[in-house]
Design a protein around this ligand. Structure first.
Ligand SMILES: [Zn+2]
Length: 208
């Protein structure tokens, strides 16, 4: 986190601790705008101390809405994710859960650049077919199973979204997340989609 010299936007899909991470501290230090649903932003401010000056109607919306940043250079559309969004606040040393609203995914369109689809934590769902028309360059798909879709269902999701490339994420961070990139690659191959597989290593930079 100390390496983050300049942050413009912080996109948080839902309130689970492994997704909120150090966002509060990064927001305070960078003045980055928070991009998420209005409900979740309110909950993050109220229960996690997320600075309320770091979001407003310019940066928070709800599913189906497109938010525009930097004179339209970056457009973020909030999309459905089938998951939960309960955050955990520390109160007198105890972990206390609060409902934070509905989780979201993000479609991030960069002018003259790639369009990224971050699924958030989710299962596959048939409305993912609607994202095909957004011509996704890179889909970031959770594959870990247990808390999200696993490799097989993630490959199904790819067949619905039809991105140019797909990057597996959300695996191996907890022992119960048993889905692996190798299993995902095999599931893509079975659907004739292996050519879209684009894994990354830690600290690797990818140019699209
Ligand atoms: Zn989650």
């Amino acid at each position: 986190m100390a390496d983050l010299k300049k942050v413009d936007l912080i996109l948080i899909s839902h309130g689970h601790a492994d997704h909120v991470g150090d966002a509060v501290e990064i927001a305070k230090r960078s003045k980055a705008r928070l991009v998420t649903s209005f409900d979740q932003a309110q909950a993050f401010a109220r229960y996690l101390g997320f600075p309320s000056e770091n979001f407003g109607f310019d940066s928070v919306g709800n599913v189906g809405g497109t938010l525009s940043f930097f004179d339209g250079e970056v457009k973020v559309t909030l999309v459905n994710a089938v998951h939960g969004s309960t955050l955990t606040a520390k109160e007198k040393g105890a972990d206390v859960p609060y409902p934070a609203g509905n989780p979201v995914g993000f479609v991030i369109a960069v002018r003259n650049g790639p369009t990224l689809y971050h699924t958030g934590d989710t299962d596959e769902f048939t409305d993912m077919q609607l994202l095909k028309s957004m011509k996704v360059t890179m889909m970031l798909a959770c594959i870990g199973d247990h808390f999200t879709m696993g490799p097989e269902r993630a490959a199904d999701a790819v067949s619905m979204v039809q991105p140019e490339k797909v990057l597996p994420m959300h695996y191996a961070t907890f022992p119960v997340l048993t889905g692996t990139p190798a299993q995902f690659a095999a599931a893509l191959k079975a659907k004739g989609l292996l050519g879209r597989y684009q894994p990354m290593q830690l600290h690797e930079t990818l140019e699209l």
